[in-house]
Ligand binder design. Sequence first.
Ligand SMILES: Cc1ncc(COP(=O)(O)O)c(C=O)c1O
Length: 385
Amino acid sequence: MAFEFLKANIEQQKARARYRARQCAAEQCGREVTINNKQYLNFSSNDYLGLNHHSEINKALQEGADRFGTCASGSSLITGYSYAHQALENDICDWLNKPKCLLFASGFSANTAMMQALGNKDSHLYLDKLSHASLIDGALASDAKVKRFLHNDTEQLSRLLNKSQTKTAIKEINNIIVSEGVFSMDGDKANVIELATIAKQYHAMLYLDDAHSIGVVGEKGEGSSANADIDVVMATFGKALATSGAFVACDEALADYLINFSRHYIYSTAISPALAWATKKSIELAQKERWRRIKIQELSLLLTSKLSDKVKLIQSASSIHAIVIGDETSTLDVCQKLRDKGIWLTAIRPPTVPTNSSRLRVTITASHKDKDINYLAKCINEVVR
Ligand SMILES: Cc1ncc(COP(=O)(O)O)c(C=O)c1O
């Protein structure tokens, strides 16, 4: 019968303990979430800086709606590009010290757009093995040759580039190195200084997805750009910046190319101008309220110090702390036990992470308190064996 795969694939997911269902949150902030009339301590939120519900951002959203409207009413190349978008782009250029910036509807769309735009038939895309699904999908849908290097293995990356150099004159190939600044499921950082050096050596372009670094890394929360010269930076507004949408910061030539050739950019309604105006405010707060970044670091150290030796924590220098449990069923079991104790942690299972590395992905935000972390560590120590 036609479309039998719909049910069959769902049954298979269930049998493998990989079935996913949404949970409707009645209320949530970085620290707490209410689901099915029960309040939990929330350790699954990407509101890293605790800016969601900030009164100044809400006020800017209202002001943006009043001045520019809730909807752009067109794509950026028709009439959708407004003063609110331009002002936000300018702030991002100043923040990251980049000549140009373009806004996209989401990080997923931005990454896909960029891989397709940069990946022409004379391009080689070198992706870190743990790159986000949107980078992989975009790369595989492009005309480029796609190569994956082992996670954070810059030696293997150099070897791959070197091998391709011996086959073809390197300047004839468009080499693009793609990595995340902070990796979404492990929370560890890329060595961006080394990546930038390798990029220079092989005349490659360095593309960084800073979804989990923006706001969190750098003196002013500018992300990986604080540490090295990066050719193209993509970051989403939907995590530390507490709004929605994404940006790509790059040089003039690439921005001009995207405006003319990126189908995602050309054929999509520009982001809500009200939201762009609100994002401008959240970037201002992220830059000046350094205490939020310091708090994340302090609470992260507290968590590490309180977890018992039997808990397998991946080393991290970000808001994300991954505790690898192993198989799907055991991970779901640990999550349920934590839920019974009033802690909300979503189990991260394959295909999001490799087989047998299902995990708890703990996110620490600036709105958590010491007592929350102490309680979390105590509960994890009790339920993880
Ligand atoms: C590393 C990374 N890149 C891109 C995205 C996509 O961003 P957005 O949620 O804005 O589509 C995510 C979000 O899940 C992410 O973790």
